[in-house]
Design a protein around this ligand. Sequence first.
Ligand code: 13P
Ligand code: SF4
Length: 309
Amino acid sequence: MLAATSIAEEILELKKDRKAILLAHHYQEREIQELADVIGDSLELARKARECSGDVIAFCGVWFMAETAKVLNPGRTVVVPDKEASCSLVESCPVEPVREYRRRHPHDVIVSYINTSVEVKAESDILCTSRNAVAVVNSIPPEKDVMFLPDSNLGAYVQQQTGRRNMKMWQGTCIVHATFPARRVSAAKLEHPGALVAAHPECPAQVLAMADFIGSTTAIIDWCVRSPAQEFIVMTESGVRYSLERLAPEKQFHFVANENCNCSECPYMKRNTLEKLRDCLADLQPRVEIPGAVMERALRPLERMLAIR
Ligand code: 13P
Ligand code: SF4
């Protein structure tokens, strides 16, 4: 405990020296979130990355999110505590097959989830996050064919919400959300009969069918806090518990274990630790570096997304 306190103090000191801003995703460990200037979902963090001042952005999240921050802030240093903080969706979607798809289907609109590498973003027409995916797809002329990548569960949810037929799906999934079994949600509902279910759209359709609310990480938090209900089954990464308990201490939140790790933690997000955060602020490494041409091409679909509220 003492050691953790002194590492936190070192981080705050380094943050001042480096003129750094600390952005943290809701899935980070509680002690990292406690030090953050901004806690948010991927859309909020993308917006805040652009609005904030300072020389350095210390991005406590996964690598693709830090790449997004770099594209929006090419003149600033962006560091991440652990370079291996990847994402199963990013890994499911290498850039070469996407280029091949583009060559074969030059008239299709490629909509890429923000959970993609910067190289894939550079090949895309528009990006989306779990918060704005329905609005993004609705913004595309109905006669255009759409390739939605890489999350097939989010894509199926968006297709259902938009009623769009001409939508093809990449076959990637999130190792955390896609492995929540519907039978465990049923069991949790039996155990907590008064609880409402909130789910992230990366969950399988059978889980989403049981949800009272479907939304991004921040949308889930807002909905649980505002709801008159007192008890919730929360179908997303358990890092959101920190904000939920801070904002609604009188309510109860139940998390369901998935079949991947028998927990509800993202192993990539959890690679970041206080020690690694201190070291990345001290060394300004690992640092996000992207070739200028890739950044320019990735900025266009990102700006198109940010123009859609
Ligand atoms: P959000 O857009 O809700 O932050 O989700 C990001 C993510 O990686 C979900 O697993
Ligand atoms: Fe990627 Fe899933 Fe982790 Fe989100 S929770 S960063 S989608 S692996």
